[in-house]
Design a protein around this ligand. Structure first.
Ligand SMILES: Cc1cc2nc3c(=O)[nH]c(=O)nc-3n(C[C@H](O)[C@H](O)[C@H](O)COP(=O)(O)OP(=O)(O)OC[C@H]3O[C@@H](n4cnc5c(N)ncnc54)[C@H](O)[C@@H]3O)c2cc1C
Length: 83
């Protein structure tokens, strides 16, 4: 940490999945039928915006890892520039 020199220590972090309960941070989208229908309403409003592109995890209401979100952004830019 804080140095580009090879370290002498290894840091291991572990993540454990857990069921969400009220009061927890809502990290992940829950793609059930109710939320999907709500997202479609937001998407209709977003699509009607002529000069704003909504993308990424929030804009597309999808769980993305970093590589996938970058891939999605690049594809969006490519599609826009091709217009
Ligand atoms: C707990 C957790 C662990 C993760 N672990 C990994 C991992 O190990 N490896 C991996 O590849 N990916 C991981 N991810 C996924 C990765 O973090 C996301 O794919 C990525 O950050 C999504 O990028 P994004 O730009 O779509 O959204 P974000 O990174 O969430 O960026 C959205 C930005 O928009 C801002 N914003 C929101 N609303 C507004 C508004 N109205 N006006 C102005 N700004 C606004 C937010 O503050 C935020 O800065 C993890 C995600 C979470 C939640």
């Amino acid at each position: 940490f804080g140095s580009t020199e090879p370290g002498t220590k290894t840091v291991i972090s572990r993540e454990y999945s857990a069921e969400w309960k009220p009061g927890d941070e809502p990290y992940y989208p829950v793609n059930d039928a109710q939320n999907g229908a709500l997202y479609e309403q937001y998407k209709a409003l977003a699509d009607a915006e002529g000069k704003v592109l909504f993308g990424g995890r929030l804009g597309e209401y999808k769980y993305y890892d970093m590589d996938r979100v970058i891939e999605s952004a690049l594809a969006r830019v490519q599609a826009e520039l091709a217009k």
